[in-house]
Design a protein around this ligand. Structure first.
Ligand code: NAD
Length: 296
């Protein structure tokens, strides 16, 4: 079994690390928040006094942190303290540029690394059914895959350094745009006197079919498990959707890609979040669109 350091034990990190413990690995955990360390201890992790202390014995170092600046700061401080042949896995959702810088830091210290962001949310983290989108060399992927399998159901190698993050933000740009599209259709249907169920029955088996409609339907009723039936409790919070849309637009700017609908989706989610909905599930955008005024 492997000795693993897990840095960043928040909503996602703690349940992911718990699955590594359940699989029989020795896991040293570190987080800045004492409450999160208490949860980690209860889950069977060995709590370390610092990130540097956590990595000392580790063959694999996993980070699950808020943003690129946190990942780079942790890599800068721990890479020199890591074992010579350790593998670094960053599962945070961060910008592609920072992800590639993190790989550079690892390389400077002779370490293998992958960027491996996830989809599947807190439920997937707890159930060990996350999808991992992995960027990095074939050697690094081969070493990472058996570890990731304890936390995920699908592990996809997306190519070289940073491509896991690229896949994540492209996917979530589709999701943000499609959720707004589906929500606009429901609000238009309401005004036209068409019931939610009728629109669902037609669109879910027609060319309007998509995940935002059939799995995560933004109005209560048609899909029993969607957050719309649970008062729009996340699920996937609007603040996280906004974060990912911003990452997609920063990336689009940096490479000169035209993403007009991605930009518009970012603006709509920014308004939705600023109106006090950042903690609501992102599918709650339907309620915001219902009261929005048509501009003409
Ligand atoms: P979170 O805020 O609950 O956890 C992040 C943790 O990192 C916090 O506990 C924080 O104290 C810790 N931290 C920050 N700086 C640190 C440092 N220098 N050393 C040690 N710990 C540090 O966030 P989360 O919901 O667990 O998300 C983590 C990442 O996963 C984010 O990048 C997020 O975008 C991504 N993600 C989240 C979800 C979700 O549904 N929550 C889904 C997919 C991806």
């Amino acid at each position: 079994m492997t000795t693993i350091a897990f840095i960043g034990l928040g909503n996602m990190g703690n349940p992911m690390a718990a699955n590594l413990v359940k699989a029989g690995h020795t896991v040293y955990g570190f987080d800045l928040l004492p409450d999160n360390l208490s949860v980690a201890k209860a889950n069977g992790l060995s709590v370390a006094s610092s990130a540097v202390a956590a990595v000392a014995e580790a063959d694999v170092v996993i980070t699950m942190l808020p943003a690129g600046k946190h990942v780079l700061a942790v890599y800068e401080s721990v890479a020199k303290a890591a074992k010579h042949n350790a593998l670094f896995i960053d599962s945070s959702t961060i910008d592609v540029e920072s992800a590639r810088k993190a790989h550079e830091i690892a390389k400077q210290h002779g370490l293998l690394s992958v960027d491996a962001p996830v989809s599947g949310g807190i439920g997937g983290a707890a159930a060990g059914t996350l999808t991992f989108m992995v960027g990095g060399s074939a050697d690094a992927f081969a070493k990472a895959e058996p570890v990731l399998k304890h936390m995920g159901a699908r592990i996809v190698h997306c190519g070289e350094d940073g491509n896991g993050q690229a896949a994540k933000i492209c996917n979530n740009m589709i999701l943000g745009i499609s959720m707004i599209g589906v929500s606009e259709a429901f609000t238009l249907a309401e005004k036209l006197g068409l019931s939610h169920q009728s629109l669902f029955d037609v669109a879910s088996t027609s060319s309007g079919q998509c995940w935002s409609l059939t799995t995560y339907c933004p109005v209560p009723g048609p899909v029993a498990t969607s957050p719309a039936n649970n008062d729009y409790k996340p699920g996937f919070a609007a603040a996280l959707m906004l974060k990912d849309l911003r990452l997609s637009q920063d990336a689009a700017t940096s490479v000169g890609a035209a993403t007009p609908l991605g930009a518009h989706a970012e603006a709509i989610y920014a308004e939705f979040s600023a109106a006090g909905n950042e903690g609501s599930d992102f599918s709650g955008i339907v309620n915001y669109l219902r009261i929005a005024k048509r501009e003409n």
